[in-house]
Structure formats: structure tokens, C-alpha cells
Write a protein that binds this ligand. Structure first.
Ligand code: SF4
Length: 569
């Protein structure tokens, strides 16, 4: 380890070069930890050169290894549950190629890496809280195997203007306005460090204004509970809503902590500006108590329902499968209640028993059987056998392919209005999917629609649901109907011809005499029964009408095609 020492003594002869590697899940992601680390290195090792490489765990291994094996004085990795295996493999090969080059590991999973090659250094905690001795040892070539950093009091945004055209181009921008979490859910790594630190809303606004100059597509706030201080959250939201920007902002929020003022404000937010990720996890009080999660479930679901009705903010709700005291019946209840609130996306994630979390210490008490390697997914619990978890997991896959798309939203709305039990509906759907080998096929729109069309045939309301499926299909922008949805391939053409001869010459707000033909050419026309129109909430009278699907999208979150109800005369 002579080179770093030589660098420091000689100063002008050679400068220290550090390579920071992020192995992200996808190309569109970025790794903010590397940018924080770059700032600390530049502050503590004057004149050093820092290179950031953002790669993904899906990149071919050998070219990644060659890229990282290029000469530098130290290589840094940020280690997470998702990249732990890839990083570990790299470390062994990099250590073979350059045994004297320090390999420095930070991030939440660094301390849990086993089987490391000799010479690795682990940094535990927040990089801004690292003592000067770390940087001294780095330059002297005398690094120890472990450094523990204190929680930091300063964590201003680490990005430099040039990053937006280089490292961050076409990627999510992650932004941290607070660090830590006020809660301590027992399955979460945030539970191990108590308390949240918040930055002043004015400072945050100044930084965000600088970031918005680069017109990013999406800014993701990584704050664990963005709205835990309601006034501060509202001040930041108000600032963002005033900006004229095409950027979308993502927040992890606790919906039971909304004030009336916040809810009133959110009603004014333009469609598509915000998206919310909401952890409900379970609605079972015993489960919530066992995982130390304090949430007013009634209030949270009411507020989700209120926001869902606005249809201007994308709502992603998480449930966790495999929590203590959650059996099939209580999970069923959690799913039904979340479904009834009407979020756009329901994620049924498996519990991950992460090392170092409180729940990992209760594995025996709760009978948690989980995978031995990251991400340590649950296999069975005292309340759910493995076959039950398997079935619920597959049900979650159905929800992912059928519900978490924009394809069938009227069908889900219909289920909500009739009061049919959604869990039961999805269990039937799961049986159909298994019978059709769905899980080994690409879950395309056509395949999912075909499976639903076959499934609803058996139901007493099958005809009505078939109409609703046609409506949903055409709302997604198609100009044809597949034969599994409608037996008459000419229905759309015939509808247009009928309307051409029956519509008045002028319908105010829809077309005039001059553009009537253009309207008829551009629209797609489909007849719906009075029952279907009522079920879709489009009409209260019991008479059939035509729906025109216009070629432009509406302002709703799912961006369906606009529609018009037409009555021939
Ligand atoms: S799950 Fe969310 S609310 Fe709970 S401790 Fe973790 S970050 Fe905080």
C-alpha cells in the first residue's frame, strides 16, 4: 500500500484517484450515496480525482469487472440488499487483480457481507459523520477493517451542475430533505437508528430550484416519511406546485398524518405533479402492534380513498405478506380494505427478514422461515404455511399483472360499486391463470384481457362484464376489438356508419358542421347497453348509447383516452 502514501508525501507528483461504483437495480436508477461520498472525499483529500461509475446488476459481469479493475488508488462500493451478491463477486476478482488496492464498502448491507477477501474496509453509518482519521488512513495506506461513523447533522444535496448532463442524465434524481425515520417498524433497517433529522423548508426550496433548472423527468424524495412534520411538508409541496415544471415528484408518505389543510391543498395540485408511495403493510391491529407500526388505519384508508377519487396523484400502496399474526383471513381483510380505497397500484411484497432488524431477532418467536441469502424473503411463518404463502404470492403476481396496469380500471370500479369481495375475485382469477399457464407467459395486455374475458363468461353478470372489458380496452387507445372481447369484428365500423347517418350536424362542444366528418374519422365508436352505462357511472337512464373514444388522453393518472357519450337522433 505504498502508492497512496507516496501520493501524500510527494503531493505534486501524483494525485489520488478514487473510483466510486454503484450497482443499481435498473439503468434509470442512480445511487445518491456516491455523490455524498464524492463531496466528502473532495473536502477531505484536496486535489483528489473522483470517478463515479453507475452500473446495474443486470450488466454483464466480465465487462463490469474490466471497467472497475482499471487503475485507481481505492475503489468504493455502496452495498444494498439488491446488489450484495454482485458486489461480493466483484470484490473477490478485484482483490485477485490488485491485492494492495483498498476496497471500501459502505451502505446498509456492508456490515452484513460475509466471506470478504482480505484487505476490505467497511464503513458503518453515514459518510458525512466519518472522522478525519478515515481520510488520513486512506491517504497513508493504513486503513483498518472497520470505521464507524456518527449520524450526520449536515446533508445538503451533493449534486454538481455537470452531474445532470452526465451521471444523472435520463435517471431518477433522488433528493433527501430529511434523514432517518420517526418510526421504528421492526422489519425495517431504519428502525435501528432512531429519530429523523429535517432540513429547513427554505433551504430545501433553494436546492430544489437549482435542481429544477435541469428539468429532470422525476425527482424522488427519499425521505422515509416525508410528511411527518405536516407544516414543513406542506411548505415544500406549495413551493413545488408554484414551479412551472414538467417534473414529477415522488414522496413516501404516511396517509394518517395528513391534516385537513394538506388534503385541501392536494385537491388543487395539477394532475401528474405528485405521486405517493404509501406503506399500509397490514390492517390487522395485532400485526401492526407486533411490528411496532403505529398507524391509524381507518384514517389512512379514508385519506387514500379521498385522494384516489381526485385521480390526480398516482397512489402506490404496499402490503407485506408474511408479517407476524397475519394469517390468510387477516391478509384477505387487509387486501380487501386497501382495494376498497381505490389506489392505482397495490404491491403485495414478501416480508424480507433483513439482518440487523429487530424482527430478525424474533424469527424463532414468530416461526419465520426465510431465504438464507439476500433479500431474505419469507418462506413460512407461524400463521402462514409455505403453501399458503406461495398461493398468496401468486395472487400478488395476478394483482401485479391485472390490477397494477391501466388496462381494467372500470372493471375494478365495478367490483367496488357492487361490493363483491375483491380477494375472492382475484382467487378465482388466480385459478384461471394457473389453468392457462399464465405465469410462464409474457403478461401482455392481450393475454390478460383474454383470460378475464374467458373467466367472466361463467358469471351471471358475464355479458355486462364483457361490455365493461370492451370499454376498458378501447379506453387504452386501440382502434379495434379482439375477437375474444367481441364476436362481431365489424361492430366499430358499423357504429361509425350508424352515427354518421344519425348524429345531428352540430353538437356544441363536440363538433360543428365543418369538422363533423373529421370527428367521425378520428373517433372510435362503440355501443353500450344502459346497464353497462350505469355500471360505468356514465349515465343514470336505462337506455343504450354510443361511446366515442377520442384520440387524445384525459387528465386522469392512468391517461386513458377521452370519451363522449353520443345519442343518435
Ligand atoms: S417502514 Fe417506513 S415508517 Fe417504518 S421505520 Fe421503516 S422507514 Fe420508518
Amino acid at each position: 500500500m505504498l502508492k497512496p502514501l507516496f501520493n501524500r508525501i510527494s503531493g505534486i507528483l501524483s494525485i489520488s484517484k478514487y473510483h466510486l461504483a454503484g450497482l443499481n437495480c435498473r439503468y434509470s436508477h442512480s445511487c445518491p450515496a456516491l455523490f455524498y461520498l464524492r463531496r466528502e472525499l473532495e473536502d477531505h483529500v484536496p486535489g483528489c480525482q473522483v470517478e463515479i461509475s453507475q452500473l446495474t446488476i443486470n450488466d454483464p459481469y466480465y465487462p463490469t469487472l474490466l471497467h472497475l479493475a482499471r487503475g485507481c488508488d481505492a475503489l468504493f462500493f455502496s452495498v444494498y440488499v439488491w446488489n450484495h451478491g454482485y458486489v461480493e463477486r466483484l470484490l473477490h476478482d478485484l482483490a485477485q487483480l490488485a491485492p494492495d488496492r483498498p476496497l471500501i464498502l459502505g451502505g446498509p448491507q456492508a456490515v452484513h457481507l460475509k466471506n470478504l477477501p482480505p484487505g476490505c474496509t467497511i464503513v458503518e453509518g453515514e459518510v458525512e459523520g466519518l472522522d478525519d482519521s478515515f481520510y488520513q488512513d486512506l491517504q497513508d495506506g493504513t486503513l483498518h477493517s472497520l470505521y464507524c461513523a456518527e449520524p450526520a447533522s449536515f446533508f445538503a444535496t451533493p449534486y454538481q451542475a455537470a452531474d445532470f448532463d452526465q451521471q444523472l442524465k435520463n435517471r431518477y434524481i433522488y433528493y433527501e430533505s430529511s434523514r432517518g425515520c420517526p418510526f421504528a417498524c421492526s422489519y425495517c433497517l431504519s428502525a435501528t437508528s432512531r429519530g429523523a433529522r429535517h432540513r429547513d423548508a427554505t433551504e430545501v426550496a433553494t436546492e430544489l430550484a437549482q435542481i429544477l433548472e435541469h428539468t429532470p423527468r422525476i425527482v424522488k424524495f427519499v425521505d422515509r416519511t416525508f410528511n411527518d412534520l405536516p407544516d414543513r411538508a406542506l411548505a415544500i409541496w406549495r413551493f413545488l406546485a408554484r414551479q412551472e415544471t414538467g417534473t414529477r415528484f415522488h414522496f413516501e408518505i404516511a396517509p394518517d398524518r395528513f391534516t385537513d389543510e394538506m388534503l385541501d391543498f392536494l385537491e388543487t395540485v395539477p394532475s401528474g405533479l405528485f405521486q405517493f408511495e404509501i406503506g399500509i403493510q397490514s390492517t390487522n391491529p395485532q400485526t401492526l402492534k407486533a411490528i411496532n407500526r403505529r398507524m391509524d388505519v381507518e384514517r389512512a384508508l379514508d385519506n387514500i380513498g379521498r385522494l384516489a377519487r381526485l385521480d390526480t396523484i398516482h397512489l402506490h400502496v404496499d402490503l407485506i405478506l408474511g408479517l407476524p399474526h397475519e394469517d390468510v383471513e387477516s391478509f384477505r381483510d387487509s387486501f380487501n380494505r386497501v382495494f376498497a380505497a381505490g389506489p392505482h397500484y397495490i404491491q403485495m411484497g414478501l416480508l424480507k427478514v433483513l439482518p440487523g432488524t429487530p424482527i430478525s431477532g424474533q424469527a424463532r418467536e414468530f416461526g419465520l422461515l426465510h431465504c438464507a441469502a439476500p433479500p431474505y424473503e419469507i418462506l413460512a411463518t407461524r400463521w402462514l404455511s409455505h403453501p399458503e404463502i406461495r398461493e398468496l404470492h401468486l395472487l400478488g403476481e395476478c394483482v401485479e399483472s391485472f390490477y397494477n396496469t391501466r388496462f381494467f380500471s372500470s372493471l375494478w370500479r365495478y367490483l367496488r360499486t357492487t361490493g363483491e369481495e375483491p380477494f375472492g375475485f382475484f382467487m378465482t382469477l388466480l385459478r384461471c391463470c394457473c389453468a392457462e399457464d399464465f405465469f410462464n407467459l409474457a403478461p401482455t395486455h392481450k393475454l390478460t384481457a383474454a383470460i378475464l374475458a374467458r373467466m367472466v363468461q361463467e358469471r351471471p353478470d358475464g355479458e355486462l362484464l364483457q361490455e365493461i372489458l370492451c370499454f376498458d380496452w378501447l379506453r387504452c387507445g386501440y382502434r379495434f376489438l379482439p375477437d375474444f372481447l367481441h364476436p362481431d369484428p365489424s361492430v366499430l365500423h358499423r357504429s361509425r356508419d350508424t352515427l354518421r347517418s344519425c348524429l345531428p350536424q352540430n353538437i356544441p362542444g363536440v363538433f360543428t358542421y365543418q369538422n363533423r366528418e373529421e370527428f367521425l374519422k378520428q373517433g372510435v365508436f362503440f355501443p353500450l347497453s344502459g346497464t353497462a352505462l350505469r355500471a360505468l357511472g356514465l349515465n343514470t337512464e336505462d337506455c343504450a348509447r354510443y361511446i366515442c373514444f377520442l384520440p387524445e388522453q384525459d387528465s386522469g393518472v392512468l391517461q386513458h383516452n377521452k370519451i363522449r357519450l353520443l345519442t343518435p337522433v
